[in-house]
Design a protein around this ligand. Structure first.
Ligand code: SF4
Length: 323
């Protein structure tokens, strides 16, 4: 996960909720991809350290467990850069140029110069991140599937050139509930429409009050359609089923107004996020414990990465023993 700022509900439902569940079924490696953040934000790295720290706090507060999973920071494991370099030698440029995300972002993101080698090559770094741990699978949303495919192609090419070594990782497709921002666009920090996991109740209430509801319901006396309402999607996740049933009926008959409906939702959302806020407050006061969690996670990851790189160096005939 790229550390670009505080995590929001879209991040939670799109990835973290699934990651938390996977901890019991798999030996998971989760890392903060700070080098990846540089591929697009290289001009403005000043906030990077703050975002890395914030992300580890967010992770711990939602329930990613350092006992169950390996939590680490990418740049602390220098082997990722070394494997990226080796894989760069064998990855044909057209594979990267046809990457749909690359083509899309080059057009969409106009306020930054992304015509860099690093931005074109970030799927190679991703491949290094994944195959370093000989991953069986990568949990991704549908839009990330092409990246895993490039990783599989790169792993295949390495194996073809230097003998079977890396398994081809599987796509572990994640079904996620649709969570939109308060303006009904995709929830994103850059759209300024996000509800953050660390938002206090008053901020949540203020943001929910601004949420766009059923666009056809112009007046209080108009019946609404919950299926068309973003507030109702949140009710479905955070409010108890009986209340959801009641709101559904009352919205359709204009018995309930949007102001009241939003207040009910904000209350339930705020209550659901309370344990996350409390855990975050705990970890904020325990910097030593957090540092230790990071150190231990990095040490575990490094051990695996060193093993992989020793074998890789041997296969590409680069001196294994270092002076
Ligand atoms: Fe949406 Fe609730 Fe308003 Fe109905 S009453 S349109 S569900 S906010």
């Amino acid at each position: 996960m790229r550390p670009t700022g505080p995590l929001h509900l879209g991040n939670y439902h799109g990835a973290l909720a699934n990651w938390i569940q996977m901890q019991d079924a798999y030996d998971c490696f989760y890392f903060i991809a700070d080098w990846h953040a540089l591929t697009s934000d290289y001009e403005n790295p000043r906030m990077l350290e703050t975002h890395v720290r914030g992300m580890i706090l967010d992770w711990l507060s939602v329930g990613l467990s350092p006992e169950k999973s390996t939590l680490f920071i990418q740049s602390r494991i220098r082997e990722h850069a070394e494997l990226f370099l080796v894989l760069s030698m064998i990855t044909p440029v057209p594979w990267l140029e046809r990457n749909p995300t690359y083509k899309d972002q080059i057009v969409q993101i106009q306020n930054r110069d992304l015509s860099t080698f690093g931005f074109l090559g970030y799927p190679v770094l991703q491949a290094a991140d994944i195959i370093m741990y000989k991953a069986y699978g990568v949990p991704v949303g549908i839009d990330q599937v092409p990246h895993v495919e490039i990783t599989r192609e790169i792993a295949r090419r390495f194996n073809f050139l230097y003998g079977d070594f890396f398994p081809e990782p599987q796509v572990l497709l994640t079904e996620t509930p649709k969570i939109l921002g308060i303006d009904r666009r995709k929830m994103s920090k850059s759209y300024d429409n996000a509800i953050f996991l660390s938002d206090p109740p008053e901020t949540i209430a203020a943001k929910v009050a601004q949420m766009i509801t059923d666009p056809q319901r112009a007046r209080r006396s108009d019946p609404g359609n919950p299926e068309e309402c973003n507030v109702f999607s949140f009710h479905r996740i955070y409010t108890d089923p009986n209340t959801v049933f009641q709101i559904d009926a009352e919205c359709r008959t204009a018995k309930i107004g949007c102001v009241e409906c939003k207040k009910i939702m904000a209350k339930h959302l705020s209550e659901a996020l309370a344990p996350i806020r409390e855990k975050r407050a705990y970890y904020e006061k325990q910097p030593g414990e957090v540092n230790e969690i990071i150190e231990n996670g990095c040490a575990r990851a490094r051990k695996e990465a060193e093993k992989t790189m020793e074998a890789v160096r041997e296969r590409v005939c680069i001196e294994t023993k270092r002076p």
